[in-house]
Ligand binder design. Structure first.
Ligand code: SF4
Length: 455
């Protein structure tokens, strides 16, 4: 299958990653807290406990700033902050428990950040045991965490394993010393190797590496070395993300000399290089920049049509409810989203006043729920079946886009539904966009939300 440069260039337009629909820029500030609580409570009461819920914990502290970073984080070397933050998470969890009519069954759990391994193994254990003491654990659970190769100790891995974690994701980004110096993330390959072999020895069955292309000073030779070194360690999954240069919102990026950033042409060559190396070395393209070895659960879920997508990206556990705890974390009640306060100060202040710290969100109407399902079906299964009652909307907004995508061989469609082609999987974000009514309606307007380019 040829993925020619002109097609890549044509579809390299700003497009969301669709971890939610509607996407975050369309949400409302200052959502009605009581309304969110009511919706969450109602949705919990009708959810299927056998399906369980998902939980995301945002642990924002990092010891030093990686200058490319666009995450919500707090840089500090003072580990005294751990206790106060754990108490806040415990308080927030207690507030959610009060909205549930029975003990929740936790099926999926992810620790993200920031750097979850900033916390000591003892503190992580205390934090999680407090949550687990008021919940049940689903027999088919999937627990994962993000580990920094520089500070993930064997003790972290062992304790989390004993608590049920079987998947770890390491932020590798780039192994080249010059690139690491400019992004202020000095991380010897030996640390990645050690953290990976420790995880395997302990019994983790899935190790993921995050890599980034488009970083300053990256070139094809450096990226090739990084990728081959990583593949040598045989991670089960690789996420290959595009660096998004947004110095307006990510202040650390202002430290870059923009002349050191690869130009668009080079960035596309880096992207093509990565994709071809992964495929050559036996990884399969899951979609949305994720690659996995054939035996990995994510790949098997894709083959069997069991893939799901939420704020944590692709997952194999299709739950309808996601509780996000911690600063900036996002919760999903199926028909509504809520995001927590983005500064630790505001997050603590809301909890001290015994309020849920939610600040932005969105309540979906029927149209949103229907089009959210189309986007989920396309991003997870590469196919969608159109409902007759949506045809007027589809004809107005989606079908003109599908015609163009079909002309380029990315999908086949008629008024009954669509199927993404093998080539189309490389452009899955662009295909989902054809069902993003919020974006399509505003795309002509000045001030429409901006997203990072597909590549
Ligand atoms: S990239 Fe990760 S470790 Fe680095 S500053 Fe951002 S959140 Fe912290």
């Amino acid at each position: 299958m040829q993925m020619d440069a002109s097609l890549l260039s044509k579809y390299n337009v700003p497009v969301p990653r669709y971890t939610s629909y509607p996407t975050v820029p369309f949400w409302q500030d200052n959502i009605e807290r009581q309304q969110w609580q009511d919706v969450f409570s109602q949705q919990f009461a009708v959810h299927n406990p056998r399906e369980g819920i998902s939980l995301y914990l945002h642990l924002p502290f990092c010891e030093s700033l990686c200058t490319y970073c666009g995450c919500n984080k707090k840089i500090t070397t003072n580990h005294g902050v751990e206790k106060e933050y754990m108490a806040a998470i415990a308080r927030e969890w207690a507030s959610y428990l009060s909205l549930m009519n029975e003990a929740p069954v936790i099926r999926e759990l992810h620790l993200g950040g920031g750097t979850p391994t900033f916390f000591s193994p003892d503190n992580l254990e205390r934090l999680l045991e407090n949550i687990f003491s008021s919940a049940k654990i689903h027999p088919d659970h999937a627990f994962s965490f993000e580990g920094h190769p520089n500070n993930t100790t064997r003790e972290h891995l062992q304790r989390l394993y004993e608590l049920g974690f079987r998947r770890v994701s390491y932020g590798v980004q780039d192994n080249d010393p010059e690139v690491q110096r400019i992004i202020n993330r000095l991380q010897p390959l030996e640390n990645v190797r050690r953290a990976t072999s420790d995880a395997r020895e302990i019994g983790y069955h899935s190790v993921n590496f995050d890599l980034i292309y488009g970083l300053p000073l990256q070139n094809e030779e450096r990226l090739r070395n990084t990728i081959l070194q990583c593949i040598g360690l045989q991670p089960d999954r690789i996420a290959f993300y595009s660096y998004a240069h947004v110095p307006g919102t990510s202040r650390g990026q202002r430290l870059f000399d923009e002349n050191d950033l690869p130009d668009t042409e080079t960035k596309m060559r880096l992207y093509r290089l990565g994709k071809s190396l992964f495929t050559e070395k036996g990884y399969q393209d899951v979609g949305m920049d994720h690659f996995a070895l054939p035996g990995d659960e994510l790949n098997m879920a894709k083959q069997e049509g069991r893939l799901h997508r939420n704020f944590m990206g692709y997952t194999t556990q299709a739950t309808q409810l996601l509780v996000g705890l911690g600063v900036s974390a996002i919760s999903d009640a199926g028909v509504a989203f809520a995001q927590n306060e983005k500064t630790i100060h505001a997050y603590y202040a809301a909890l001290q006043q015994e309020q849920l710290p939610v600040m932005r969100g969105f309540f979906l109407n029927e149209e949103d729920v229907a089009f959210r399902k189309y986007i989920l079906d396309i991003s997870c299964r590469g196919a969608a079946v159109f409902q007759e009652e949506h045809l007027p909307l589809l004809r107005t907004y989606s079908f003109p886009e599908l015609e163009k995508l079909a002309d380029d061989g990315l999908l086949q469609w008629d008024e009954k539904g669509l199927e993404v082609t093998a080539l189309g999987w490389h452009f899955i974000r662009n295909i989902c966009r054809a069902f993003d009514l919020h974006l399509l309606r505003t795309q002509q307007e000045a001030g429409a939300p901006r997203f990072s380019k597909a590549i």
